[in-house]
Design a protein around this ligand. Structure first.
Ligand code: HEM
Length: 194
């Protein structure tokens, strides 16, 4: 029974953790783009994003990560035989990467607060694809375990995930270029009228 409780809360923790990670990097994108706004919007927006990032990281993302990890330890204590299984070793490798990503996000919150973040919003959008890939791989390992499918269906699904990520990036780039073109046209208008 304890095992089922741990598993239920392990999955709830994963959902909360990822909701936090995805939204946090979205906020980083808006925070970086606020830099292009004129004053006073620039300062007001940056202060607001700073508060939202800190609260999201401390109240949602980190507790989600802790619930996931604590319940995972509970799962391993109640079913220690998992510790000898290869899928779990791979899964732990990806979880280590995910934890690195989590703590790097904490560093980005600080760098953005100090105005020392050198990332562009386009780079940040690309970075937001990393947890998506880790989520897919980790969940596949947890569900399929040592019999991870390598047939055509699996490759098609994998290709679809990659295609979705690339489409999102290209669409964001197109929107940015359209906005830049629109701004350049608006700047030219007063000059033409003069
Ligand atoms: C902190 C390290 C982690 C460990 C040691 C761990 C370990 C485990 C174990 C032992 C199970 C039970 C497997 C079963 O009953 O069949 C499980 C289930 C699961 N884990 Fe993790 N896990 C970790 C992190 C994660 C993360 C980060 C994710 C998501 C990205 C995740 C997603 C899942 C899912 C979806 C299940 C349910 C699988 C099923 O019932 O078929 N786990 N995990």
């Amino acid at each position: 029974m304890a095992y089922t409780w741990f598993k239920a809360f392990h999955i709830i923790g994963v959902v909360v953790w990822f909701a936090g990670l995805f939204y946090l990097v979205r906020l980083f994108i808006y925070h970086i783009e606020a830099e292009q706004e004129p004053e006073p919007a620039n300062t007001i927006l940056k202060n607001q994003y700073q508060i939202m990032e800190k609260r999201l990281f401390n109240i949602i993302t980190t507790p989600g990560m802790l619930v996931t990890v604590v319940c995972a330890i509970g799962l391993l204590v109640t079913q220690p035989n998992f510790l000898h299984q290869t899928w779990l070793h791979f899964k732990l490798g990806f979880v280590a990467l995910l934890l690195g990503y989590h703590f790097y996000c904490a560093r980005l919150v600080k760098l953005l607060e100090q105005g020392k973040c050198n990332w562009t919003s386009q780079q940040m959008r690309a970075m937001n694809e990393a947890p998506t890939l880790m989520l897919v791989v980790i969940v596949m390992l947890a569900v399929f375990k040592n019999s991870l499918p390598t047939d055509i269906t699996a490759w098609l699904i994998f290709g679809l995930v990659i295609l979705m990520a690339v489409t999102i990036q290209l669409y964001a780039k197109k929107r940015r270029l359209d906005k830049e073109k629109q701004l350049a046209q608006m700047e030219q208008l007063p000059q033409q009228e003069a």
